[in-house]
Write a protein that binds this ligand. Structure first.
Ligand code: ADP
Ligand code: ZN
Length: 516
């Protein structure tokens, strides 16, 4: 079919097989590019509607579209869904019976199959049909898996460069939800499609309000938060399985209907929790990151991170489960150094430890930001907002700086007196003149700095310390029991009278909950 004729079929096909009247932003342009047999790179957030970008062309083009996808479980769901809509689709894997595989090959040879899903590991078994006469298009889903820059690198994706070499005239469409500039470049290079047209959807989810709070009394804060919005559905992400169970229990004790969800539960229990949530029988799920994939619930009103996620990709994906209906929604992140330390421990010894730590560092910067959070979030994905968003806690409550030189001097000299051997908790204890066993046992009450900061509350010291770390005056030695060390910069404050500007802590109680 000529291109113009294909175009006439776009809307009727969209309606007939997918039931929609309109395309979402960029979908039509992407599909036209594929129908023109041009290589294409699609960067679109999760839930943006990537699948149609190759499923619809597959229906209009002659031959079969090969869909390369990393997860066999998701493949089956997709194929079932397509079949239910009357689309000739199937998946291929090496564990299938030879007869089954033969049947698939025959359908391909006859040109009746429209979409064939396959994991990259199984591609080598498809040699007989990897011919341009049969294949109309190659779709590569989760294309970031090809890049070791991405967060989900899979070695099996690295061989995919051969596709363009063996089928040079077959268009390739690569799709992913998460790709910064470096990853994007890596994808097109490795797939040998350097001239692919790139379609990058906005990652902005303007309806989701972003807020970060210090993590004291998290449970009490969460209870208050939920009690203010009793009819709303929400997900609370925790780092550990145990954490989800503990939190759910505490919420239940307060009469809040919450369930726990993690990969350690039986298949039946997990399905039950999902179902209760989707059908609004239980409004709150305390979950690990295992929860959410493939859950299509449009009216999730809030996502809370009880613990800090390990990178911005993960954070973005998880908060993105709120407000898919476009209505005002809430993303609340609790931040504490304890989480950062814990996450560091997880990365220790990993082959890409440095990369993971760099990503964690960006996450931490986001949590500690004194500028519009959405600007920071979007800039991570290579998007730049000109104006502040007006829908994050920093925009609503911009920090006010004051001359915090004396506070900084006290804190830094206390670290100096402790010779960089103690973690932040002990430093603050010494400043505040605490009389606990650890302090007295180590004779720290003898120090000159003991008690010089008793006029400042514990959590306010923490707030100031965080800022001094961020401004580079001291650092946490993650490999030495998290002891606080001074940096070169600290000397300027201690000996050269350099001024330090700090923001005042917003007391958690006072902090007006800027509810919508
Ligand atoms: P992604 O793969 O980008 O995460 P999907 O392709 O699974 O997203 O699509 C997400 C949801 O949006 C699905 O429920 C899909 O049916 C729906 N969707 C996609 N395109 C449209 C459209 N043009 N109109 C309405 N809904 C759409
Ligand atoms: Zn903002």
């Amino acid at each position: 079919m000529a291109e113009a004729i294909l175009k006439e079929h776009l809307y009727p096909t969209l309606k007939k097989y997918f039931g929609y009247d309109e395309f979402r932003p960029k979908q039509e342009a992407i599909i036209s590019n594929v129908l023109a047999k041009k290589d294409t790179l699609v960067i679109m957030p999760t839930g943006g509607g990537k699948s149609i970008c190759y499923q619809l062309p597959a229906l209009l083009l002659e031959g079969v579209t090969l869909v390369i996808s990393p997860l066999i479980a998701l493949m089956k769901d997709q194929v079932d869904g397509l079949k239910a809509n009357g689309v000739e689709a199937d998946f291929f894997n090496s564990s299938q019976e030879p007869e089954e595989q033969q049947e698939i090959f025959e359908k391909v040879a006859q040109g009746t199959l429209k979409l064939l899903y396959v994991a990259p590991e199984s591609l080598s078994a498809l040699n007989d049909i990897l011919k341009e006469t049969y294949i109309s298009c190659i779709a590569i889903d989760e294309a970031h898996c090809i890049s070791s820059w991405g967060h989900d690198f899979r070695p099996s994706y690295q061989q995919l460069g051969f596709l363009k070499r063996s089928l040079p005239n077959t268009p390739i469409i690569a799709l992913t939800a998460t790709a910064d500039k470096a990853t994007r470049q890596d994808i097109v290079e490795q797939l040998n499609i350097p001239h692919a047209q790139q379609f990058i959807s906005s990652f902005d989810r303007a309806n989701i309000k972003l807020e970060v709070r210090p993590a004291e009394n998290r449970v009490a804060q969460i209870i208050r938060f939920i009690e203010k919005r009793p009819d709303e559905s929400g997900i609370i992400y925790c780092l550990s399985r145990k954490g989800t169970e503990n939190l759910a229990e505490k919420l239940q004790q307060k009469g809040i209907e919450a369930s726990a969800y993690h990969a350690g539960l039986s298949h039946e229990d997990r399905s039950q929790v999902q179902e209760d949530f989707i059908f609004d029988k239980k409004k709150i799920v305390c979950a690990t990151v295992a929860f959410g994939m493939g859950i299509d619930k449009s009216n999730v009103r809030f996502v809370i991170h009880y613990n800090m996620p390990k990178n911005i990709e993960g954070y973005y994906q998880e908060i993105g489960r709120a407000g898919r209906d476009g209505l005002p929604s809430f993303a609340l992140l609790f931040h504490t150094y304890a989480d950062v330390i814990q996450l560091r421990r997880f990365t220790e010894g990993a082959s890409n430890e440095d990369l993971q730590n760099a990503k964690l560092e960006r996450m931490k910067e986001f949590a500690e930001a004194t500028d519009c959070r959405r600007k920071i979030l979007l800039s991570y994905f290579g998007e730049y907002l000109e104006e502040n968003c007006g829908n994050c806690d920093v925009c609503e409550n911009p920090p006010k700086f004051f001359d915090g030189t004396v506070i900084a001097q006290k804190l830094l000299s206390c670290i100096a007196r402790l010779k960089g051997t103690e973690p932040s908790g002990v430093v603050i204890d010494v400043l505040r003149g605490a009389q606990n066993q650890n302090i007295l046992g180590k004779n720290l009450q003898q120090l000159k700095t003991y008690g010089i900061g008793s006029d400042i509350a514990w959590r306010d010291w923490q707030h100031y310390l965080t800022q001094l770390i961020n401004q580079g005056y001291c650092e946490i030695a993650f490999h030495q029991q998290n002891a606080l060390h001074l940096t070169q910069l600290a000397k300027k404050v201690l000996f050269e009278k350099q001024q330090v500007w700090l923001t005042r802590p917003q007391s958690v109680q006072e902090k007006k909950e800027t509810a919508r």
